[in-house]
Design a protein around this ligand. Structure first.
Ligand SMILES: *Cc1c(COP(=O)(O)O)cnc(C)c1O
Length: 388
C-alpha cells in the first residue's frame, strides 16, 4: 500500500485537450481577441445546452451577480436572502450595493437551503433570493419559485456548481434567472468567466448593456459589422465582457460537459463506496427529490470528536501525504468583516457552523483515476490511524 504518493494530487484540475488548445490558438491567429464571433457562438451553444432563453458571457460569475443587483435596482433598505454556506462573492456584492444580506441556514446533511428556511426569513423588505445549488446538487427550487412569485420578489440562482444539474428532469438554467461560473475548478472552464442566463429577455438585454459600458453594442459590432460606430452610453455600465480567447475554450469545453459530468459521477460513486467503511468520514446526504447530480465537488465532513483531530489538521496531514483538499465553504457570516460590521456570531446558523468546522473537499476532476482515489482513501486511513 502506497501511503505517500510521489506526485501531489490537486483537489481539482481542468481537463484541457488538443481541441481546446487548437480553438484558443485559432482565435490568437485570427486578429480578433476580445468579445466577438466566438463569444456569440458560445452564448448560443450555452442556450442550446441549458435551454435558457438568453445568455450573456461575462468575465466571471461574480460580475454577473454585480450586474444583476444593479439591473434589479437592489440597494439601501433592501434585504437579500442567501446562505452563509457559499462563496464570499455574492455576499460581498450585496453589501457593496448598500443592501442587507439575510443569511439562512442550510440543511445539515445536504448543505442546501430549504424553502421553509427562506420562507421564515421573508420580510416586507425582501427584494431578492439567491439560493445556491451546492456541489452539483440542486436546491428544491420549485417551492422557492412559488414563494418569490407571489410576493414580487426576484430570484437569481447561483448555479456556479450546477452546469448540467437537473431538478425534476429540468436542467438548471432552462427556467428563471441563473448565473454560472467557468473558473478553472468548475465543471467546465474558460480560464476566468461566467454566464448570465434568463428567460426574462428584457433583463438579458439590460445585462448585455451593463456588461460593456452601457453602450448596447460590443466593440466587435462597431468595428466589424459597421453597426452604430457612434454608439453612445444609454446608461453608465461596467466592463465585464468575455474575450473570444476565453469563449473559444468555452465552446470546446461545453461540448465535453456531459462526458466530464459522467466521469465525475463515476468517480464520486467509487469514493462513496470506499469511504463507507470509514466511520470518521461523513459524506453529504442526497436530497429526497428527483435530481441529476453533477458532482462539482466531493465534500465530506470529518467527525472531529471521533477522529481526535481538527479539520484543519486533517487537511494539513493529507497535504503532507501529497493529497490536496479544498474548503467549500468557510461560513461567510463568521468571517472578520461580517462578524464586526453585522454583529454576526456563532450560534446564529447552527448547521452552517457545524459544517463549516468539519467540511473538506476531496480531489475530484475528470482526469483522475480510480488509483488516485485509492491513494486518497489510503492517505485518509493513515491520517486517522496516526491521530488515534
Ligand atoms: C465559484 C463560485 C462563484 C464565483 O464564480 P467566479 O466566476 O469566480 O466569479 C460564485 N458562487 C459560488 C457558489 C461559487 O462556487
Amino acid at each position: 500500500m502506497r501511503i505517500k504518493r510521489n506526485e501531489f494530487l490537486p483537489f481539482s484540475r481542468p481537463s484541457i485537450n488538443e481541441k481546446d488548445i487548437a480553438g484558443v490558438v485559432e482565435v490568437l491567429r485570427s486578429g480578433w481577441l476580445t468579445t466577438g464571433p466566438k463569444t456569440a457562438e458560445f452564448e448560443q451553444a450555452f442556450c442550446d445546452y441549458t435551454g435558457c432563453g438568453g445568455a450573456v458571457a461575462l468575465s466571471s460569475a461574480t460580475a454577473g451577480m454585480h450586474l444583476v443587483l444593479e439591473a434589479l435596482g437592489i440597494g439601501p433598505g433592501d434585504e437579500v436572502i442567501t446562505p452563509s454556506m457559499t462563496w464570499v462573492s455574492t455576499v460581498n456584492l450585496i453589501v457593496l450595493a448598500g443592501a442587507t444580506p439575510v443569511f439562512v441556514d442550510v440543511d445539515r446533511d445536504t448543505l442546501l437551503v430549504s424553502p421553509e428556511s427562506i420562507k421564515a426569513s421573508l420580510t416586507d423588505s425582501t427584494k431578492l433570493i439567491v439560493p445556491v445549488h451546492f456541489a452539483g446538487a440542486p436546491v428544491d427550487i420549485e417551492p422557492i419559485r412559488k414563494l418569490a412569485e407571489g410576493k414580487n420578489i426576484f430570484l437569481v440562482e447561483d448555479a456556479a456548481h450546477a452546469l448540467g444539474t437537473e431538478f425534476k428532469g429540468e436542467r438548471i438554467g432552462c427556467r428563471g434567472t441563473s448565473i454560472f461560473s467557468f473558473h478553472p475548478i468548475k465543471n467546465i472552464t474558460t480560464g476566468e468567466g461566467g454566464m448570465f442566463c434568463s428567460d426574462d429577455l428584457e433583463l438579458v438585454d439590460c445585462i448585455r448593456r451593463l456588461k460593456f459600458h452601457g453602450l448596447g453594442v460590443d466593440a466587435y459590432d462597431r468595428n466589424m459589422q459597421g453597426r452604430s460606430p457612434q454608439a453612445e452610453v444609454l446608461e453608465p455600465g461596467y466592463k465585464y465582457n468575455m474575450m473570444d480567447i476565453s469563449a473559444a475554450l468555452g465552446i470546446t469545453q461545453l461540448a465535453r460537459v456531459e462526458e466530464f459530468n459522467s466521469r465525475r459521477t463515476k468517480l464520486a460513486g467509487i469514493y462513496r463506496e470506499r469511504l463507507a467503511q470509514i466511520d470518521e468520514i461523513i459524506p453529504l446526504g442526497n436530497p429526497p427529490y428527483p435530481l441529476k447530480h453533477t458532482w462539482h465537488l466531493f465534500v465530506v465532513r470529518l467527525d472531529t470528536d471521533r477522529a481526535g483531530l481538527s479539520r484543519d489538521d486533517f487537511m494539513l496531514e493529507l497535504k503532507q501525504r501529497n493529497i490536496g483538499t479544498g474548503l467549500h465553504f468557510r461560513a461567510v457570516h463568521l468571517q472578520k468583516y461580517y462578524r464586526e460590521s453585522m454583529g454576526m456570531r456563532r450560534g446564529m446558523l447552527p448547521n452552517t457552523e457545524w459544517n463549516s468546522d468539519r467540511i473538506c473537499s476531496l480531489p475530484l476532476f475528470p482526469d483522475m483515476t480510480p488509483d488516485d482515489i485509492n491513494d486518497v482513501v489510503n492517505a485518509i486511513k493513515s491520517v486517522l490511524r496516526k491521530s488515534k
